[in-house]
Design a protein around this ligand. Structure first.
Ligand SMILES: [Zn+2]
Ligand SMILES: [Zn+2]
Length: 173
């Protein structure tokens, strides 16, 4: 069974094809451009990029050390509408704790006010966030997930650069 190269959902019929990849729709295709760029990056470049970032400095505060892939979870509810998700953070422990703390506070204040999902997701998000804050990844080498995130971010900025270069040809000169 085919699945979307970007969101990994199963594609039953149709979809969009490009360069041997298959996507559910144009949105996934656009996001998928980033995935394709990432896939075309040589292994040595990926490892080097991941290593460089892993050894610091932190992209957010410029401090060195403890750079890793952190997760932060949030829930916001507006009566019948509940929004929940996760942020992927590539930064040092201090910056991660700041973001996790603010998402924790946000969920605690704004998570509950949705029926019924606010009541279900909020305790989950608070638990997951609490867990993520208490038990940070503790590695000596960048993980595969870390490397993947670094490569995706590099590819995203490269895709962005190509787009702006297409939009105004003068910028190339
Ligand atoms: Zn998709
Ligand atoms: Zn930092």
């Amino acid at each position: 069974m085919a699945s979307c190269a970007y969101c990994k959902k199963t594609i039953l019929l149709g979809g969009v094809h490009q360069e041997g990849f298959r996507f559910c729709n144009k949105d996934c295709l656009a996001q998928g451009q980033v995935v394709m760029l990432a896939a075309s990056m040589p292994e040595a470049d990926r490892v080097r990029a991941a290593q460089t970032l892993f050894r610091g400095p932190c992209p957010q505060c410029d401090k060195r050390g403890g750079i890793d892939l952190y997760k932060s979870h949030y829930v916001m509810s507006f009566v019948l509408f509940t929004r929940h998700g996760s942020h992927t953070l590539l930064c040092c422990r201090t910056c991660a704790l700041k973001k996790q703390g603010s998402d924790f506070g946000l969920s605690l204040l704004a998570g509950w006010w949705g029926i019924p999902f606010g009541l279900i997701f909020t305790p989950l998000a608070l638990l997951r966030n609490g867990y993520a804050m208490l038990f940070p990844p503790n590695r000596v080498e960048p993980s595969a997930a870390f490397q993947q995130e670094v490569v995706l971010r590099l590819a995203a900025s490269e895709a962005e650069r190509r787009l702006t270069a297409q939009d105004n040809p003068i910028a190339k000169a």
